[in-house]
Design a protein around this ligand. Sequence first.
Ligand code: SF4
Ligand code: SF4
Length: 424
Amino acid sequence: MSTVFNWQLGRDMEFPYDAAYPDWQFAFVFNINRCIGCQSCTMACKSTWTFSRGQENMWWNNVETKPYGGYPHHWDVKTLDLLEKANPGAQSWTGTPQDPKAPYGEFKGKTVFEAAKAHISDEGANRVLGYLPTDEEWSAPNRFEDNPVGNEKGAKGQLAFKGGELLPQHKTWFFYLARMCNHCTYPACLAACPRNAIYKRPEDGIVLVDQERCRGYRKCMEACPYKKTLYRGTTRTSEKCIACFPRVEGRDPQHGGLPMQTRCMAACVGHIRLQGLVQINKDGTWKENRFNPLYYLIHVAKVALPLYPQFGTEPNGYYIPPRWVPRPYLKQMFGPGVDAAIERYTVPDRELLAVLQLFGKDARICFRYEIKEGPKIFETTVRGKKFEMFDDTIIGYAKDGTKIVETKVEEPFHVRDAKHANSI
Ligand code: SF4
Ligand code: SF4
C-alpha cells in the first residue's frame, strides 16, 4: 500500500498504487434540486453506447429514487454496512471545515481501501472492501420509483400527506439521484483489477477498461463502491462509462473541434448537469481557477459536494444536495458540508445565481465565465435572510476562448405571435 493525499477526506490515506494525477480531470456537478427523474440522460447514454447484445441490463447512467431505489439494489447501504462492520462505530468526521486542504473536515473512519485489510474473504485478502451484486440485483434499475418515505399516513380522500411537504425539511420525502461513473481520482475498480486492464488517462482523468486485457474476473465490479462497472456476458468482459471521450476530446465534427459535454449531460431536460474539465496540481489538488464554473461551485461557493466521500475513491461527481430532505440522511451521503451548501443554495448570492444559469445552456464545455452586472430586479427575505436578485448577464467561454453562452438571470418573456396560436 502507498500513501496518497485525499483532499475530500482532509488526510492521507492508503491506496494500492503510488499517486499519479492527470493534467486535467473530467468532473461534473448535478443539481439534484432540479432533477425530474425523466430518464432522458439514461436513454441518451443507452442509445449511444449500450444497445447491443449482452448489454440489455446495462445502464452506465441511471437515475434512482432515494431512499429505497438503487441500481444495483441497495448498493450504497450494502457498502456502508460492510464499512461499519469493519470499523464499528468509528466512521465519523472531525476537524475544521474552513481549512482549504480539508474543506469538509477530516474523515476519521476507514475507506474501502483501508478497511479491506481487516476483511479477509474466502479467497483471501482483497485490495478493496466490496461485494459482488447478484444478477437479480441488477435486473430492475428503476425499482421503487417515486416511493416516498415518511411517518405521516395519507387519509382517505386526501391528496397529500398532511404537513408532509412543509419546508425546511419534508416529513414525507424522496429525491432522484442521477448517477454515472465518477472517474475517481483513486479508482477502486482500477485498484482491484488483477490484469491491470483498467487505466486512468493522463490527459483528462477518464477511467477506461482495456477490452483486450480484461478477462471478466469482475474484481472491479466487486470493488467499485458505486457499482459502476458492469459485466457483459457475450464478450465475457467488464464495461463501464467511457465519459463519451470522443466528445470530450473535441472530435465531434458538429462543434468545430471544441470539447463537448457527454451525451447524458447534453440531453438533460431538467438542466441539472454541468460537466467540465479542471486542471490538477502535481499534488492532486485542484489548480486554482476562480472563473471555471466547476472550480467555483465546488471550491469557492462549496454548494456542490462529493457523493459518499467516505468511500475514499475521491469521486469527481459532485451534487448540490436536495434542500427538502432530512439532514442526517444527506450528511451520510454527502459528508459534513451539507448544512453550509444548502444554506448557500437556498439564499444564493449574486455570483452563484448567475453561475447556476450556465447549466444545460450549451453542449460545449465551458472553461471560463464572466459576469456583467445588471440592475436589481427583486428583493425579499428567505427564512430571515435578505435575498436580492440582479439581472446580471453571464457569459461562458470554450477552451479556445470562443463565446459559447450568453444568458441573463431573468429569463426573457416571449409573447407568441397570434399566427402560431393553433400550431400545436
Ligand atoms: S465510480 Fe467506480 S467504476 Fe467509476 S472510476 Fe470510480 S471506482 Fe471506477
Ligand atoms: S435527464 Fe436530467 S432531469 Fe431527467 S432524469 Fe436525467 S438528470 Fe434528471
